[in-house]
Design a protein around this ligand. Structure first.
Ligand code: DI6
Ligand code: FE
Length: 397
């Protein structure tokens, strides 16, 4: 495949989008083999039939590095309750929230979970997503956590998309362990992690470090178990309050610390030193009408890579659009459109520990999005508009 007469946002190097005007990309099999100016295509690639893109923008295809896309039921009633004045935390403490989705997920068959997850996945794919991270965490018992992860793997067989699975057994304390979070960690979360890993269902391990969930000490036990299995870790940290989760994640060399609204400049320095990506989730910030902004300036100053993700989940972020997430990242968190695009491509890849995608360069997978725009800032600036022209996954349209 040879794409020519394209505006390329390669995202390689630090300059403006790594932009190449009148560019071309040669693809062989599932890889990019050459990238450059259209008037400098090497002879060996010229022989191929070229596809003239008429100046259209080509970016790396999009990566959603934080989703809870597999779940049962919905939480529209909680949306109404919040509009009547209840807070997310109060609903969670009253047995709603994550725990209510646990009931619906335990009751759902594997087929139902898959059907519903595919609808959401298709919405992401329709905007050019080719890699999606999917977490467990609405089972909170062995059987349902494993079922969620099997469904996640099935998504990757049903659709032309790469799925990275994350075990999130330490997401909430289920009703049967109310008041016994330590016992839940020891008796359910850690043994289930080992069982899921033995089945090849786990690519990374996550936790929710928060007053309504688990303490740093409890998360550390889960992380120790993950490290013993050779699995990378990441953490929902400092979303609703500061508990020291981001620093804990950095100590464990985490791939990412996510949400991080309440993180501070010291956390940013620790994350920079450990190479931990800050995954910003403006959909949750918007839905919960949070006011504490993530420390974007401190992340920039310290050199922490920032990613953006949907956090697609039925409670705090019922979002299935990365383009909308980019817009919210700019409008709510004051990211630049370039940071937003890097956040759903190169930095999202890094948050998943992937180095074969997220930029347009020779040797990378040919995971590309072709857009009916010419200025990359348009992807962030427009609202509710999907200018996708074509999506290429591993060299296949
Ligand atoms: N933080 C989140 O944003 C999701 N999980 C978490 O730990 C929300 C999950 C939910 O409300 O169902
Ligand atoms: Fe989340």
């Amino acid at each position: 495949m040879l794409l020519t007469n394209a505006t390329l946002a390669t995202l390689t190097g630090p300059e403006r989008y790594g932009l190449i005007e009148k560019g071309a990309i040669a693809v062989a099999g599932e890889r990019i083999v050459w990238v450059g100016k259209a008037d400098a295509i090497p002879a060996e690639y010229k022989a191929q039939e070229a596809r003239d893109l008429g100046g259209r923008l080509v970016t790396p295809s999009l990566i959603d590095c934080h989703t809870h896309i597999v779940f049962g039921g919905h939480r529209a009633r909680e949306f109404e309750m919040r509009l009547e004045g209840a807070s997310y935390e109060a609903i969670a403490r009253a047995g709603g929230g994550i725990v209510s989705t646990v009931g619906a997920t335990r009751a759902a068959s594997e087929a139902t979970l898959l059907t519903n997850a595919l609808k959401r996945t298709d919405a992401l794919i329709a905007e050019g997503a080719t890699t999606i991270e999917v977490k467990s965490g609405y089972g909170l018992d062995r059987e349902t956590e494993l079922r969620m992860l099997r469904v996640a793997r099935s998504i990757g067989r049903e659709r032309k998309v790469r799925i990275k699975t994350t075990f999130l057994g330490a997401h909430a304390v289920p009703a049967e362990y109310a008041g016994r979070a330590d016992a839940y960690i020891d008796e359910i979360a850690i043994p289930t992690l080992r069982a899921a890993h033995a089945e090849g269902l786990v690519d990374a391990v996550d936790g929710f470090c928060e007053g309504i969930a688990f303490s740093p000490a409890q998360i550390a036990r889960v992380f120790d178990a993950a490290k013993a299995l050779g699995l990378p870790v990441k953490l929902h940290a400092e979303q609703l309050s500061w508990l020291g989760g981001a620093a804990l994640a950095a100590r464990y060399g985490a791939l990412s610390a996510d949400h991080v609204e309440y993180a501070n400049a010291d956390d940013a320095k620790a994350m920079a030193a450990s190479g931990t990506v800050a995954v910003l989730l403006p959909g949750a910030f918007y839905t919960l009408r949070e006011t504490q902004m993530p420390p974007v300036a401190a992340f920039r100053k310290a050199g922490v890579p920032m990613a953006l993700a949907t956090d697609c989940n039925p409670g705090s972020s019922p979002v299935t659009s990365l383009l909308l997430t980019m817009n919210m990242g700019c409008t709510l968190f004051r990211l630049t459109p370039e940071e937003a695009l890097r956040g759903v491509t190169v930095n999202a890849a890094r948050a998943l520990g992937l180095d074969d995608c997220g930029t347009i360069a020779a040797g990378k997978r040919a995971d590309l999005a072709i857009w009916d725009v010419t200025d990359p800032a348009e992807l962030s600036y427009r609202i509710g508009f999907n200018p996708i022209h074509a999506r290429i996954f591993g060299g296949n349209e």
